[in-house]
Structures are given as structure tokens and as C-alpha cells.
Design a protein around this ligand. Structure first.
Ligand code: TMP
Length: 209
């Protein structure tokens, strides 16, 4: 999809450090930056996020439909207008998360996910994705050590989170140019420097091409 902005996404298992990195990246990329997250980002999508994360039980199909609804609103109301205005958009999770969480974790057919993602995004794909890769037991321990209460998904078994990681690694393997794999066990400053260097390089390239 043609636009004049630059679209960066951050992905990873629970506790991989995406939230810290998205804010640190935004701080160095200047004023023309929109920082957002999925599910969420708009008032309606944030309402869907609450339902998604706090329901006691949820079928795989319901998960997929809620995520897609939140994404459709997010893309239309916030992400695309920003990209069309030439902004850099940094989004914490996007379509790859649906492949990892609803595809690999919940077992929904990957072709169907591709179709639903396409409907929700209108074909919008990130210009670059940073996958912060981490063994899920380490990420979950980080979550347990923090003050934040655990969400519905964070309460799931280690086996479930291992499927998520495997899904993300499969995405990285299938799109090695777009998806930059980063070892999330490195220290936060090193990760930040890697992300900043790669983002600046690609933003510059996109402006000259
Ligand atoms: P967050 O805590 O990183 O903001 O993510 C919220 C949760 O939503 C996280 O457990 C992953 C889940 N999720 C999906 O299951 N599918 C998706 O497509 C997205 C974007 C998030």
C-alpha cells in the first residue's frame, strides 16, 4: 500500500521488552512520530482490548474476530491517516501477532488468518518489524516480577507461549528482510541501539527510493 510515511512494528512473546523499546525509539526519531499499540490505539479498539484481555474464556474464532475488528478500526482511524500525512508510526504488535497467537497458539488455519488480516489492514504491511525473541519462561518471569497484574493470555501455560514463539520465528524465517530478529536477552541499551540504527537506515532508504 502506497503512503509517504514509515511503518515500524515491534513483536515478541510476553515480557520481551517491546513497550520499553517503542518509547525509547520514539524519543530518538523526532516529532513526526505516532506511537501506538494493538489491540488498541483508538477509543473503540481500546474497548475491544479490554474485552479481549479480561474475558474469562474466549474461543479461538472470537479472539480472531475481536482482534480483526480492533485492527480494522485502528488502521482506518489512526495508522493510515498518519502514514498518509508522512508520519513515522511505531506500533506495538500488528498482523504478525495474529499469526503467532491465533494461528500457532490457537491452531486457526494460517491461510484464513492471512485473509482476515488482509481485510482488517486493507493490505497495509509494516516497512520493518523488530521481533524481540526470548524464551517464554524468561518473559513470563519478568511479567510475574513486575507490578502489573497478569492478563488472560499471560496466565496460559508455558506450552502455549512456546507455540507463540515458534509462530513468530516462522514469520521471521519466511520474511527475513522485513522481520529483524533481535535477541531480547541482550541488555536494553544494546537492543535500543540495534533498533535505532536499523530504523534510521531504512527510513533514509525509503526517502531516497
Ligand atoms: P500486549 O500486552 O503486548 O499489549 O498484547 C496484548 C495481548 O494481545 C498479548 O497477550 C498478545 C495478544 N494479541 C493477540 O493474541 N493477537 C494479536 O493479533 C495481537 C495484536 C495481540
Amino acid at each position: 500500500m502506497e503512503h509517504t510515511g514509515f511503518f515500524i512494528t515491534l513483536e515478541g512473546v510476553e515480557g520481551a521488552g517491546k513497550t520499553t523499546q517503542r518509547h525509547r525509539l520514539a524519543d530518538v526519531l523526532g516529532d513526526n512520530v505516532l506511537v501506538t499499540r494493538e489491540p488498541g490505539g483508538t477509543p473503540l479498539s481500546e474497548q475491544i482490548r479490554d474485552i479481549f484481555l479480561t474475558a474469562s474464556t474466549m474461543s479461538a474464532t472470537t479472539e480472531l474476530m475481536l482482534i480483526a475488528a480492533a485492527r480494522a478500526q485502528h488502521v482506518t482511524e489512526l495508522i493510515l491517516p498518519a502514514l498518509n500525512a508522512g508520519q513515522i508510526v511505531i506500533c506495538d504488535r500488528f498482523s504478525d501477532a495474529t499469526i503467532a497467537y491465533q494461528g500457532y497458539r490457537k491452531g486457526i488455519d494460517l491461510k484464513l488468518i492471512e485473509q482476515v488480516n488482509h481485510i482488517a489492514t486493507g493490505g497495509l504491511t509494516p516497512d520493518v518489524t523488530f521481533l524481540l525473541d526470548l524464551p517464554p519462561d524468561i518473559g513470563l518471569q519478568r511479567k510475574r516480577d513486575s507490578d502489573e497484574p497478569l492478563t488472560r493470555l499471560e496466565h496460559e501455560t508455558l506450552a502455549s507461549h512456546k507455540k507463540v514463539r515458534a509462530g513468530y520465528l516462522a514469520v521471521a524465517e519466511s520474511e527475513p528482510h522485513r522481520v529483524q530478529l533481535i535477541n531480547a536477552q541482550l541488555d536494553a541499551d544494546t537492543i535500543h541501539n540495534l533498533i535505532v540504527t536499523e530504523s534510521k537506515k531504512r527510513i533514509q532508504l525509503s526517502q531516497t527510493s
